[in-house]
Design a protein around this ligand. Structure first.
Ligand code: F6P
Length: 550
């Protein structure tokens, strides 16, 4: 089909120009680029919302960012941002607005969806959450037997787990240490069994977090949790004191047996992976308290405003998103490593995996055209920095693949201990330096290295990275950092022309699993002609093994 809606991004003049530019500059090295420009680091560093972002070690010339910005304009990024903030139904395949930004909009502002201002509803839920959290934290919300709640178990998966887990780890410094937090996501019974190890049902509160309240894994875990609690507490009435739900689906919550008076709602315009600051963040608020949760929201909002209003040339999420496009689509990188130099951010890469890959892991444009002429979302992965150095950094430094890295570090530690923080940050800066500039054969020889080892000890350099440096990891800073990536993902989606807000790719596996469950559980050998030979063989072997061990 012809026409602008179905034409490829590759036919844009600005796309072609970038493609040519990538080709023309492929021989340039970061050594050359830094040698030619003594203010490069200042020129390519940007600052907003408490984040100092140094892009100077990216493989870009003076012309690259302006060209990427022109591409963003040509792809309609500006209009898409306006449409998102205006509450337009930009999630076209699900016919939904995309308004996670409303979750952190101050009470004084208005955001209309179908003529209705959604901001008062957001604050109403926040107030209910705050009052609940104050009662639990203050010991007024008691368990069924009159004991104080001492453990919170969040049951959820995907966006109903990864954000809360990440925030619980990231903000542990600020959390109430008298409360224990556990998270159950996997349908593997081990996850539940280990999460409740050592917990007393009389002092445990379960949060069943599920946007849809139909997710197999979460409901299975929630049923097991109810059985675990009732086995000890012995009374159905106990459910009301030990279970609360977070969901958009009140009827399924009620059907499960949780009183909707104990439900905290949100809305279909909040995507699961964009929901950590909705009621899905209840465990976060329980941990850090309502006031610090407000600071988290303020950090998100500050970045939202920056994204909405700043010039693209200075706009942190726009630049971050465009550079990911540059590295993957134009320079051919397949992955991006996210490397926090802060133990509290240990789960940040895992959180980003869903945010980035469930959003932009797509091969069909908004208009339904198959994308066969450029690459979209890279694989995001990572681990806290120094641990990674003793594991996979070898490949980043000397492997055959190009792996752009995001380094994240802080000026101040939340746990100052002797020289630890200087050692940590020295490693962070050193890795980015080594990746960018490497070590030439001549430099290796000058160290007196035997000739046979010279190739092994040479570092090619020219490996791109961005370093994000902030003062201290605070709730507010975390909000800004997460929003930076959220909007970078949005920016990428606009360039790749995909819908970052649906996730049809998770459906087929769910349907097939639901078909296989009864085949594993049936007494009689099931008819399996509808399966391929491999799947049928595996099912038969599993059934045989189960029969033997039962
Ligand atoms: O299967 C993917 C997914 O739909 C995610 O997008 C979502 O975050 C997760 O499942 C959990 O969904 P829910 O919150 O509805 O249980």
């Amino acid at each position: 089909m012809a026409g602008p809606a179905s034409s490829s991004r590759t036919s844009l003049h600005d796309w072609q120009a970038l493609s040519d530019h990538a080709h023309a500059t492929r021989q340039l090295t970061l050594r050359d680029l830094f040698a030619a420009d003594h203010v490069r680091a200042e020129r390519l560093s940007f600052e907003a919302c408490g984040l100092f972002v140094d892009h100077s070690k990216q493989r870009i010339t003076e012309g690259t960012l302006p060209m990427l910005v022109r591409l963003a304009e040509a792809c309609g990024l500006r209009e898409r941002i306006a449409a998102m903030f205006a509450g337009d139904r930009i999630n076209t395949t699900e016919h939904r607005s995309v308004l996670h930004v409303a979750l952190r909009t101050p009470r004084s502002e208005r955001i209309l969806v179908d003529g209705v201002d959604v901001v008062p509803g957001v604050h109403e839920v926040l107030e209910r959450m705050a009052s609940f959290c104050d009662r639990v934290r203050g010991g007024q919300w008691l368990g069924h037997t009159g004991r104080r709640i001492r453990a919170i178990v969040n049951i959820g998966i995907g966006g109903s787990d990864l954000g809360p887990v990440m925030a619980s780890t990231a903000l542990r410094h600020y959390s109430d240490r008298d409360l224990t937090f556990r998270f159950v996501s996997n349908v593997d019974g081990t996850d539940f069994a280990e999460a409740v190890q050592g917990l007393d049902p009389a002092e445990t509160l379960f949060i069943v977090a599920s946007k849809t309240f139909t997710t197999q894994e979460t409901l299975a875990n929630a049923r097991t949790a109810r059985a675990w609690a009732l086995a000890a507490l012995g009374d159905e009435q106990a459910v009301a004191r030990h279970f609360v739900a977070v969901s958009t689906n009140a009827s399924e919550v009620a059907a499960f047996g949780i009183d909707t008076a104990n439900m905290f709602g949100f809305w279909d315009w909040v995507g699961g992976r964009y929901s950590m600051d909705s009621a899905i963040g209840l465990s976060t608020m329980l941990a850090i308290g309502p006031e610090r949760f407000s600071e988290l929201l303020a950090g998100f909002h500050e970045m939202d405003e920056h994204f909405r209003t700043a010039d693209f040339e200075q706009n942190l999420p726009v630049l971050q998103g465009l550079l990911a496009v540059w590295n993957t689509t134009f320079l051919g990188a397949h992955t991006i490593a996210v490397l926090p130099y802060d133990q509290y951010l240990a789960r940040f890469p895992a959180y980003l995996q869903q945010l980035t890959m469930e959003s932009n892991g797509k091969r069909v444009t908004l208009a339904g055209r198959f994308i066969d002429d450029y690459e979209t979302c890279p694989v995001y992965w990572g681990e806290p920095g120094t641990n990674g150095q003793h594991s996979f950094y070898q490949l980043i430094h000397q492997g055959t693949r190009l792996i752009p890295c995001d380094f994240i570090g802080f000026v101040r530690s939340l746990n100052p201990a002797g020289r630890h923080h200087d050692l940590l940050m020295a490693n962070c800066f050193a890795q980015a330096e080594a990746l960018a500039f490497g070590k030439t054969e001549a430099e290796v020889r000058a160290d007196g290295v035997p000739e046979s080892l010279v190739p092994h000890k040479t570092f090619p350099g020219n490996r791109p990275s961005t370093t994000i440096l902030a003062e201290r990891l605070t709730p507010r800073l975390l909000g800004s950092l997460v929003a930076l990536y959220e909007h970078a993902v949005f920016t990428q989606g606009a360039i790749w022309d995909v819908n970052p807000f649906d996730q049809w790719g998770v459906e087929l596996g769910k349907v097939l699993a639901n078909r296989i469950v009864p085949e594993l559980e049936a007494e009689a050998e099931p008819e399996m002609t509808h399966h391929d030979h491999s799947t049928a063989l595996l099912i038969r072997r599993y059934r045989r093994g189960r029969r033997k061990s039962d």
